[in-house]
Design a binder for this molecule. Structure first.
Ligand code: CP
Ligand code: NVA
Length: 310
């Protein structure tokens, strides 16, 4: 279903396509653990454009492509002519002639969309200021592993800054029927258009999506509590001011007393201990958090296999 398509946003995926990605990710994970070869992308090349830093995304895409029998090229904007002002539409048409797929991590979401418009190969969003779909699909796989396959029975609460992760969680929850609450300060709610789109997507699955400013009310009976940095890439200058604004939104032991006793805490990493999460809560949930990091590999392999495969 996804063959030849871009993967810029979970909103663009059908409910069945989300299921297809999660099912193949689990299958590829089992194959890799069992040492069974799965060279689905033999002879194919992925270009990886990075205009922002990365640890997990770069290593998991590059390793994933290698395990699928293909190769990946790390293309930093410090080295590409893109970084010296070559237009995206020219870069896109050139790269289309060499590559079988492109992964991009950039600032404005419109840059990823423009790249996709001008290429005839799949473009995968590896984080924009607006969305981080590969991470949220990964988180859905990780939730299934820890909390069971039927996500519609679960309540997930995001606490902190309404950012690219929160926006993608809204779309991910909408496609899987979850109950999802985002607790953020008044001026830091998720993107308004994303919320409206997600509410429409939710009509198909029955997902219950809501926004609040009260983290203590929100986390009541939560099965999953999730947070992310208070200052995303590109917001470094606001970091000190944000620490004050977001202080009441820390995921700590006191907040978690309100959640379900068996609640898990998730974090896409990198984490800033003492800010959005305490050291104690992080370490108590380290198994889940590092499963989440590992699952980037399996989920992105599924996305690449489905979009770039023959
Ligand atoms: N979670 C995530 O995307 O990590 P990186 O920024 O290290 O790629
Ligand atoms: N919201 C964070 C996610 C990092 C993986 C950022 O955009 O920096």
């Amino acid at each position: 279903m996804l063959k030849g398509k871009d993967m810029l946003s979970i909103h663009d995926l059908s409910v069945d396509e989300v299921e297809e990605i999660l099912a193949l990710a689990a299958e590829l994970k089992a194959m890799q653990k069992a040492g069974v070869a799965h060279r689905i992308l033999e002879g194919k090349t992925l270009g990886m454009i990075f205009e922002k830093s990365s640890t997990r995304t770069r290593v998991s895409f590059e390793t994933g492509m290698y395990q699928l029998g293909g190769q990946a090229l790390f293309l930093s904007n410090r080295d590409l002519q893109l970084g010296r002002g070559e237009p995206i539409k020219d870069t896109a048409r050139v790269l289309s002639r060499y590559l079988d797929g492109i992964m991009i991590r950039t600032f404005g979401h419109d840059r990823a969309e423009e790249l996709a418009t001008w290429t005839d190969i799949p473009v995968i969003n590896a984080l924009t200021d607006l969305l981080h779909p590969c991470q949220v699909l990964t988180d859905l796989l990780t939730i299934r592993e820890h909390k069971g396959k039927d996500l519609s029975k679960l309540k997930m609460v995001y606490v902190g800054d309404g950012n690219n992760m929160t926006n993608s969680f809204l779309y991910g929850a909408a496609k899987t029927g979850m109950t999802f609450v985002a607790a953020t300060p008044e001026d830091y709610h998720p993107d308004k258009t994303v919320f409206e789109n997600a509410l429409r997507d939710a009509e198909e699955t029955g997902a219950d999506l809501s926004l609040t400013t009260d983290p203590y009310e929100a986390v009541k009976e939560a099965d999953i509590v999730v947070t992310d940095t208070w200052a995303s890439m590109g917001q470094e200058a606001e970091h000190e001011a944000r620490k004050k604004i977001f202080a009441p939104y820390q995921v700590n032991g006191d907040l978690l007393k309100k959640a379900d006793k068996r609640a898990i805490v998730m974090h896409c990493l990198p984490a800033y201990r003492g800010e959005e999460i305490t050291e104690a809560v992080f370490e108590a949930n380290a198994d889940v958090i590092f499963d989440e990091a590992e699952n980037r590999l399996h989920t992105q392999k599924a996305i690449m296999a489905l979009t770039m495969g023959d």
